[in-house]
Design a protein around this ligand. Sequence first.
Ligand code: SAM
Length: 261
Amino acid sequence: MHRILTSRIEEDRVALTPEDFHHLVRVLRLREGDEFEAVTGDGHRFLCRLERAGTAWWGRIQRAAYDPRESPFRIHLAPALIKWERFEWILQKGVELGVASFHPILSERTSSTRHGGYCPRKLERWHRILQEALKQCGRGCLPRLEEPTPLAAVLERLAKHPIVFLDENTHRPLQQRVEELVGCQECLLLVGPEGGWDERERTLVRMKGVPPVGLGPRILRAETAAVAASTILQYSLGDLGRGISTPETPGESEREKPIED
Ligand code: SAM
């Protein structure tokens, strides 16, 4: 099912932006009468049929559902900034894996020459990556993305959540932390940069009473570690591979509820 992310729901139809029109009609070659799905990013989804009158196109709503497809376990992923394309890969895979929010870390070892080029336009690009990933995987809710900040600010922002601190310099396995988190509904997952955590950062987290945990004897690239740990947490405590059906269209959902005005 082809999808657009929109805020333009008008009674029984969805208005198309020029970008939506380009994507659906020019790129995907949808024709009048073809179906597509419009998601609003807050859990609502609308099955639509493409209609036109002259040069104007819109989607006529066939069915509406509230079907967010969110995991019951909310991972707040805080990866240190790494090389841009690898960082962006974390964002894309994180959306697919159901990460609830992203908190990029300007870590002590975030190299200023390789990563210093951070600017607000990056954030816009990252938002687009999240949106594209959401459309591709059929997720209903758009994860939050914060501006990059030092580790101390991330710890403060998410102070009430249990922490999973990934560090390759430990023998304590992630599994132990997973067992401690049974019954919790969310966690803050910290992943270091290419050069690893600085001692000051380790101390900051240790002061929270959180021991680091490891992903086995091999050193993973930062982006591999972020995706592997999110996968393990989501599998152990969330909805990955847990038998929750993921219907293709709103009408097939057992969770379907009528949308109220
Ligand atoms: N300091 C290391 C070095 O330069 O040899 C590498 C750091 S690693 C590439 C980047 C981050 O991924 C680490 O800070 C940690 O958060 C995570 N990581 C990688 N492998 C890990 C492992 N085996 N266990 C736990 N965390 C790991």
